[in-house]
Design a protein around this ligand. Sequence first.
Ligand code: PBG
Length: 333
Amino acid sequence: MSEEGVAPVAGPVVRPRRLRRTPALRRLVAETSVEPRQLVLPAFVREGIREPQPISSMPGVLQHTRDSLRKAAAEAAELGLGGIMLFGVPETKDATGSGAVDPAGILNLAINDVVAEVGDGLTVMSDLCLDEFTDHGHCGLLTPDGEVDNDKTLTAYAQMALAHAEAGVDMVGPSGMMDGQVAAIRGALDAAEHTGVSILAYSAKYASAFFGPFREAVESSLEGDRRTYQQDPPNALEGVREAILDIQQGADVVMVKPALAYLDVIRRVRDAVDVPVAAYNVSGEYAMVEAAAAHGWIDREAAILETLTSIRRAGADVVLTYWATEAARLLRR
Ligand code: PBG
C-alpha cells in the first residue's frame, strides 16, 4: 500500500501511444493516404454567361464560362489531379433534354474545350444524365402520365454517350440510375467503335438530401423527388447488387454516392468487386463543412483532409470532391 492507500499500478507493456509520439512516426505507420492523383474535380459550365457565377450554397464553387473552365482544367492537370468531371448547365431546357445530344450543346462543347486544353494530362469525365437538360428536371424521359420511362431513357443515354465520345471524352459517368444503362451505353459506344471510352458507373446512388446544393448549381427545375430510381437510404446490400450488375454490363469503375453517410456501402462494395471503386463527396457534404467553418465552428482545412481520408479509408480508390484542387495544394505542403 502506498501512502495514499492506493495499490501501485503496473505500467502497461503494450503502449500504442509509442507509435503516435512524433509526426515522423505517425507518417511512417499511416495506413491510408490521400494523393492528388486519386482526386477528381467536379466542375460546372454554364451556357450564355460572360463571367463565372458563384453558387450561394457552395461557397468557393463556380458555374464556369467555357473559358474559365479551361483554366480550371489546366490548373487541375498542373496539380496532378486524377480527373475532372464535367456538368453542363444549358440556357434552355426542354422535355427531352435535347441539349444533351446536340454537338453544340454546352456539355459537348465543354468536353471538347477541356480535351483540347489538357490532352492526355488529365482524365476527362462527363456526367451522363438528362436532369441538367430537361425542363421537368428528371434524369429520364417521361411517359404521357409523368412516369420516368426507363427503356426510352436508355436510348437517350446511348445517344448522349455517342455525343460525349465524339467530343473526345475519356470516361462517361452515367448517373441516372436507370436499369440497364451501362449495357445500353457500352453497346452504343462499341457499335460506333468507341471501345476506348470507359464507363464510371454511378452504381449505388441514393435518393439523398445531400444533393441539395447541386440542384442550385445546375439550376434544376425538379419538383417532387427521384425515389423511384435512386436507391433508398436504408439499403446497403442493394448497393452491392447495383455495383455487381453494372460490372456485368461493362462498367470499368463503380461509384458510391453520397460518400459520408454511406461509408459502410463504400466498404462493402470495395470488398465485393475487383474494379476500382469511386466515391462522390457531394455538394451537401461540401456545404456542411464550409458553413460550419464560416461560423468558426470547425478547422476548415483539417476537416477537409479528414473527410477525404475517411472516404479513402472506407475503401474508395478515387474520390470526386469539390475540394480537389485545394486539397492537392494542401497535400503538397
Ligand atoms: C445527376 C447528378 C446529381 C449529382 C451528380 N449527378 C444530382 C441528382 O441526382 O439529383 C449530385 C452531385 C452533388 O450533389 O454534388 N445528374
